[in-house]
Write a protein that binds this ligand. Structure first.
Ligand SMILES: [Zn+2]
Length: 451
């Protein structure tokens, strides 16, 4: 709001005033239509108008006293554009009617084919702008479907032509740092407190999903730093872009990621030495946002009243929470028994097996012989078998031996190739230097790499 250019404002206010005079020139019927169906302003100019309206409105009223108080109900004219904010239930026909435009113009525009399809489902709170020629006919129309994309229709000769325009964007690099504390015990809490959006928190958890168990292994004094893009249009932030680099200090270990787009246009995240962050398995087969953290893994078994030999790890989550395949593989068993309840076994290549127990249901199409992809929903959390509360019991086996899926060393995706490494280093160095300076550990940035 504060960034809205002042000159722009003045022009808008002055233009609004011109439009008042324009309204008074309309035939009586249309004039009463206008007052009966007030045209709402877009929020932005409306707010700013009210700040400056004191000096403008009295003049308008004194010149044409029969005109209604204008502020919340009149469209704003700016650079000859009449701006109308779409209301709930609005159609383009209703807006044309309110603006006094002819049904013939509307018909011609709607006949332009697939380019104008989005005009059939215009969205409330978005804006339609018109230019009207001296005969009162429509000269141009602009519909901003999003701050990034608008449909422009211009009359050339006697024909309308439609084209989609992309807004000019500006990318600003932002960063946030945060730490896990007793008051902010999860990635979500700490991220929110630091000012990260839900989207950024999810992106961050995706970047490190192969290294860190966000569901179970986030500890007090863990810290993280995220360097990311904010996308602006006309001085207003419209969305976030990608995470460019991130660092996560988890239980004394530092993980670092930098986004890199190779010469062929493929983008992914890598460690500073060019190792891929991608691995054959994600650490948590349940999304961390669904997992309750206050779950005592060493509790006595509710049925056997003793600490059971526990060969897996448990994720407490609501019944119905999606259970994800930890890696690409083939389903070998979907079955139900007394102890495990409904369970799934997935085989990943020759060496690896994962098991998912106590499910309330199997996902559709998941049965022995079917292949599954990493992150695919294969079932749903439940409390079938020996379980008193809904949770996922997850087991990870390497060559038939149970291993801890949160700490086991996992096969990695291919690193940056030898031939591509020089380019990788050149491109990512400045980003990593920035990350490390905002993370406050600049000595880490240029630590000699291990190889
Ligand atoms: Zn268990």
């Amino acid at each position: 709001m504060d960034k809205y250019p002042k000159n722009h404002l003045k022009a808008a206010v002055a233009a609004a005033f011109c439009f008042l005079i324009f309204i008074t020139a309309l035939p009586a019927k249309e004039n009463s239509d206008t007052s009966r169906i007030p045209v709402s302003l877009s929020i932005k100019p409306n707010e700013t108008l009210s700040e400056t309206s004191a000096e403008v409105q009295p003049a308008a009223v004194s010149k044409s006293p029969e005109v209604e108080p204008p502020a919340p109900t009149s469209p704003i004219v700016e650079d000859e554009w009449v701006r109308i904010t779409i209301r709930k239930g609005d159609s383009l026909a209703a807006i044309f009617n309110r603006a006094g435009l002819s049904p013939k113009d509307l018909y011609e525009i709607m006949s332009l084919g697939k380019d104008v399809k989005s005009l059939k489902k215009i969205l409330p709170s978005k804006e339609v702008k018109f230019k009207i020629d001296e005969t009162g006919a429509l000269a141009a129309l602009n519909y901003a479907e999003s701050p990034l994309r608008s449909l422009q229709i211009v009359k050339t000769g006697s024909l309308y032509k439609a084209q989609w325009l992309s807004a000019e964007t500006e990318t600003i690099i932002s960063y946030k740092t945060a730490s896990i504390t007793a008051e902010k015990p999860s990635l979500y809490h700490a991220g929110k407190a630091a000012g990260l959006s839900d989207n950024m928190i999810m992106q961050l958890s995706n970047v490190f999903q192969w290294d860190i168990s966000f569901a179970l292994d986030i500890r007090k004094d863990d810290t993280f730093t995220v360097l990311y893009e904010d996308i602006y249009v006309d001085g207003e932030k419209v969305k976030e872009g990608n995470i460019l680099a991130a660092q996560f200090n988890n239980m004394g270990k530092t993980f670092e990621a930098v986004r890199y787009t190779d010469a062929s246009g493929y983008s992914d995240y890598y460690a500073q030495d060019g190792a891929s962050l991608r691995k054959a398995f994600i650490r948590d087969p349940v999304h961390f946002s669904h997992v309750s953290s206050s779950f005592n893994m060493r509790r006595l078994h509710p049925i056997h009243k003793r600490v059971m030999p526990h060969r897996g790890i448990d994720y407490a989550a609501k019944k119905g929470t999606p259970v994800l395949a930890a890696g690409d593989g083939k389903v070998t068993i979907t079955r139900q028994n007394n102890a495990s309840g409904r369970f799934i076994v997935v085989q990943h290549g020759q060496q690896y097996t994962t098991k998912y127990l106590h499910l309330s249901a199997f996902a559709k199409g998941v049965r022995p012989g079917k292949t599954v992809k990493q992150g695919q929903t294969i079932g749903y959390v439940g409390a079938t078998g020996w379980a008193t509360a809904p949770h996922l019991h997850y087991e990870f086996l390497v060559n038939g031996v149970h291993r801890n899926p949160r700490t086991v060393t996992l096969p990695k995706a291919a690193p940056i190739s030898k031939s591509g490494y020089k380019r990788f280093k050149t491109v990512t160095q400045p980003t990593l230097a920035k990350l490390n300076s905002v993370a406050g550990n600049s000595n880490y940035a240029y630590a000699p790499s291990e190889d």
